[in-house]
Write a protein that binds this ligand. Structure first.
Ligand SMILES: [Zn+2]
Length: 669
């Protein structure tokens, strides 16, 4: 069995659903011809982690408890497709493309192989690295298929391309110049084609149950929403779903609304497995096998994401053509005559209104609180770089209707994206507009503080973060950011106190220890710094930045072998991280291995061409190696690039002296 989930894929951007897009999705369309295509498939929640938990368990978010990205893990008592098929002797493997599906969120259970190796960027704020391209995911999945033992298998492949920001790879960027989102859809489709072709080549194409689903759609501006997660309109709830399996009528199309919670029980049946899932979704297989429409049931959808902003959660119920959205200002639509959801029929005596509202009462009653997973530094950084901000603590509830806040939300998204893209000035302008409309919003204020920090105004950030903590004293993230801002503002002692206090509340958070280590290192208290960095590495061994910091402190303490080990660890975790190459080069200079040192510095400069400290270190290495000409050249380059940077004034003077010694005629700029 092969389950492919394509993140953020709108049904109407797939050729099988909309002929305008056949050029984007030739491979999905080819699969559609041998599949049953569900024309009205609904996501139970327009958020990645919760939606995938529903796909794998057959449960709604209210029941499985995963309701936000990066906030809760699937409880390990809940059976999934993977746990059930594995216990029935199947070989299981999963390959996911985004950090929001990493194993910490509980979806890995039952998968003998769960490949969530998303490259971890050492430089925070670059988003590209927090996902991996479909080509890499599919490469790994194909390797797994080739290596399987021959038992029945369940392979889940997750592709992330259509998720924002839209940066399609060649040739799709040029093929769809006016719609980069479509370009990303096409990029995912091409990789699906590779995977399906490989299955054919292995002779498994006909006997394998193959399902493709979107986890949710993308609003693309409809109802004012740009992406997904805030509102519950069809743009983000309607997803493509197609299933090909032996015995199913190829190319048939079903128009009965079905939910992604129906996927797991249906696939279990089609694959001939024992139906041991405790799913809420329906097993549609009996109807598919008899080429009949399944009976109409009531479908549910929710989003709790607006509560992060202090706005109301949304719930929706749908039966036949009727859709009801529970909100401070409720909505009722006839999707058959009004697919754009333009005419709100609430209060006009439509009988479906009462029935759907009552059905939602039962949905809420089934809710569980979910269990919160404490996020470590790595998790938070990667989620943030993907554009997900999960609430680190409850925010005060006001009843603002999210649809009345789309403008604020869109401005927040823009500001956040601008900050991550390295434009805090523009981010600040955009955020001011949002704050003008909603001045006490804790998420906006917290973002404002981050923008101020990024813009080099940590003192102002301190003030804003104190306000966030007044509004919400339990906001641990704000407490941490306050300590960082204090340190950046040169208030080291206050930062140390803030961090000590935060660690007492939260001793297991690695980034607190990292930040405290930096405070100690800055004041030359290297043994204490070493303790803190070591603790951070213990708590979160996958963070290259902390290993590099540990290397620096060990170097200061003269523990050179341990320092080298720490640097090499950092490099292994992120080969594109320049700092540990510099550290390694310095160790090599100290050991008299100048050739190796020069190679290390060159590597650092390839990764970061304007890394001034490395330019200086490189000159010294050439000097030590007795290569006067190269040393002179390197000193000159360093002086040129660093002479206007006050941080490097002492190194520039030193470089001038050293240059004068080896090359008395040069003046070094
Ligand atoms: Zn998603």
């Amino acid at each position: 069995m092969l389950l492919i989930t394509v993140d953020t894929l709108r049904a109407d951007h797939v050729g099988a659903y909309n002929p305008a897009f056949t050029s984007a999705t030739p491979n999905l369309d080819r699969l559609a011809q041998k599949s049953v295509v569900f024309l009205q498939a609904w996501s139970p929640v327009p958020l990645t982690t919760p939606a995938h938990a529903s796909i794998l368990t057959g449960l709604t978010p209210a029941r499985h408890g995963v309701r936000l990205n990066g906030a809760q893990a699937l409880p390990d008592t809940i059976p999934t497709l993977a746990t059930e098929l594995q216990s029935q002797g199947w070989e299981t493997g999963a390959f996911v493309a985004a950090y929001v599906l990493s194993r910490r969120f509980g979806l890995a259970r039952g998968f003998a192989t769960y490949d969530d190796q998303i490259p971890m960027p050492a430089y925070a704020g670059t988003r590209l690295e927090a996902e991996r391209p479909a080509s890499q995911v599919v490469d790994k999945a194909i390797e797994w298929l080739k290596a399987r033992s021959g038992k029945r298998f369940f392979l889940w492949v997750h592709l992330y391309e259509p998720h924002a920001p839209y940066q399609p790879p060649a040739p799709f960027a040029t093929q769809f110049p006016d719609s980069p989102y479509t370009g990303e859809v096409a990029a995912a489709d091409a990789q699906i084609g590779r995977l399906l072709d490989e299955l054919e080549r292995m002779g498994l194409g006909e006997q394998t149950v193959i399902a493709v689903a979107g986890d949710h759609g993308e609003a693309l501006g409809e109802h004012g929403e740009s992406t997904h997660g805030l509102l519950l309109y069809e743009a983000t709830l309607r997803v493509p779903l197609m299933v090909a399996a032996p015995g199913l009528a190829a190319g048939s199309r079903l128009s009965t609304p079905v939910s992604l919670v129906d996927v797991a029980p249906t696939l279990m049946h089609l694959a001939g497995a024992q139906p041991t899932l405790q799913a809420q979704g329906s097993d549609l297989a009996p109807f598919l096998l008899r080429q009949k429409e399944p009976p109409e049931t009531t479908l549910f959808a929710e989003t709790l994401y607006p509560t992060s902003f202090g706005w109301a959660a949304l719930l929706a119920a749908r039966k036949q053509q009727w859709k009801y959205v529970a909100a401070p200002k409720p909505e009722l639509y006839n999707l058959a005559t009004d697919p754009a959801e333009a005419a709100n029929l609430v209060g006009q005596g439509v009988p479906a209104e009462k029935a759907l509202r009552e059905a939602l009462g039962d949905y809420v009653a089934a809710a569980t609180s979910g269990n919160s997973v404490e996020l470590d530094a790595e998790a938070r950084r990667q989620l943030e770089s993907l554009g997900y901000i999960a609430p680190s603590s409850p925010t005060p509830q006001t009843a603002a209707d999210p649809k009345d806040r789309v403008r604020v939300f869109t401005l927040f998204e823009q500001a956040h994206a601008l900050r991550l893209a390295g434009d805090p000035v523009q981010a600040r302008t955009v955020l001011q507009e949002a704050l003008a409309e909603d001045p006490q919003n804790p998420v906006l204020l917290a973002e404002q503080a981050e923008v101020l920090r990024a813009a080099g105004d940590p003192a102002a950030a301190v003030g804003v973060l104190r306000r966030v903590l007044e509004l919400n004293p339990a906001d641990r993230e704000a407490r941490y950011n306050l300590a960082l801002a204090l340190r950046e503002a040169g208030r080291e002692e206050e930062a140390r106190q803030a961090l000590e206090a935060a660690i007492r509340l939260d001793p297991g958070r690695p980034e607190l220890h990292e930040a405290l280590g930096l405070v100690y290192a800055a004041r030359g208290a290297f043994p204490q710094a070493k303790d803190e960095f070591s603790r951070a590495c213990q708590l979160d061994p996958h963070n290259p930045r902390v290993w590099n910091n540990l290397g620096n402190v060990l170097r200061e303490l003269g523990e050179l072998a341990a320092a080298e080990e720490a640097y090499r660890h950092a490099i292994a975790l992120d080969p594109a991280f320049a700092e540990p190459w510099n550290g390694l080069g310095v160790l090599q200079v100290l050991a008299g291995k100048t050739e190796e040192a020069i190679a290390s510095f060159n590597r650092a400069l390839e990764l970061a061409p304007n890394y001034l400290e490395v330019l200086f270190n490189m000159a010294i290495a050439w000097d030590e190696a007795g290569q006067r000409e190269k040393a002179a050249q390197a000193y000159t380059t360093f002086i040129k690039k660093a002479q206007n940077n006050p941080q490097f004034s002492s190194q520039v003077s030193a470089a001038r002296r050293l240059l004068a010694r080896i090359s008395p005629t040069a003046n070094g700029g």
